[in-house]
Design a binder for this molecule. Sequence first.
Ligand SMILES: *Cc1c(COP(=O)(O)O)cnc(C)c1O
Length: 396
Amino acid sequence: MSITPLMPVYPRCSVRPVAGEHCHLITEDGTRYLDFASGIAVNLLGHSHEGLISAIQRQAATLMHVSNLYGSPQGEALAQRLVDITFADTVFFTNSGAEAVEAAIKTARAYHQAGGDTTRYELITFNNAFHGRTMATISASSQEKMHKGFAPLLSGFRYVEFNDLEGARAAIGPQTAGFLVEPIQGEGGIRVGTPEFIRGLRELADEHDLMLAFDEVQCGVARTGTFYAYEQYGVEPDILATAKGIGGGFPLGACLATEKAARGMTFGSHGSTYGGNPLAMAAGMAVMDAVANPQFLADVREKGERLRTRLEQFIGNYPELFEGVRGMGLMLGLKLRSEPRPFMVHLRDNHQLLTVAAADDTLRILPPLVIGDAEIDEFMEKLSSAAASYAVPEAA
Ligand SMILES: *Cc1c(COP(=O)(O)O)cnc(C)c1O
């Protein structure tokens, strides 16, 4: 037998963390890594946040799980809190981002079907989007590498170039149910939706009675310096998928919707065994306690600006290696002039700095939102010695 007990869908990696301390991960042999990946935008409070740990410990000792067949004071409290600070009137809790997007897709389709229109089922999505790995969410993405081997895909998705408002307008037909879009593409390479594009989609949705669904699984929950990124565009969606940061490391996601958008999501139409269980709700509430306040959000914007300015100054020293910096808040992308993976591996293996490679030759910089000057300094030092010692590999 040669297959590994862990299904080999991920690369084997020599970094094997066993503990976490604030913004560092520690491996089996005691090596410390500066974590500017945060489990891909998940550990927004770092790895040893007292409030999050004690909330989970307390809830685990009180009540971990009950079925959604019973009432949930914990779920009601977290849903109310999300409703209070967002566009949404109602919340469905999930365990992951893909499930949150699935719920968003179902909500958008059900909106039309509950209104008596069964012809409108198609969502317009955007090239290089990432929405998850379930059948519906890979079908929602144009990326062929995620489709390979899994045909047939789910029908009802149509792909248009990101940031192409005219393309989106032209794709609308009698079967269109709405748009599904990441305001800032994560996997796609920290590509920021332009204000004209995001606002234009809102106008098109209003004009044609379509659902506008934002996938904020990666860019949401304080990452960009507002609780959700859409706040910075001055438009509101009808539906929003959130996950990653919202549990701070505990698996939690949610689909948020307005009352109008959720008209098809009635008793018995959807469900989840674990979704919204008391343990997850305790984690979500502790994250909200820490991040959903104006001071924390202002700090994220300020730290984002500082990091970005330093990156922009720094890359001027290596014009042959770096092309530019993009992103919002602490969701930053360093665009390289070559494949980002070898540079990510060099940072990781030779300089103990963790980042995430993305499409479009971009390295994602996604630190915990609780970084301070010390971590920014350490990051810049590691990046700078890594750039000095890096030889761009010959193209294969
Ligand atoms: C990570 C991600 C998902 C999928 O989340 P999972 O928790 O891995 O299912 C969906 N959309 C976006 C934008 C993501 O970044």
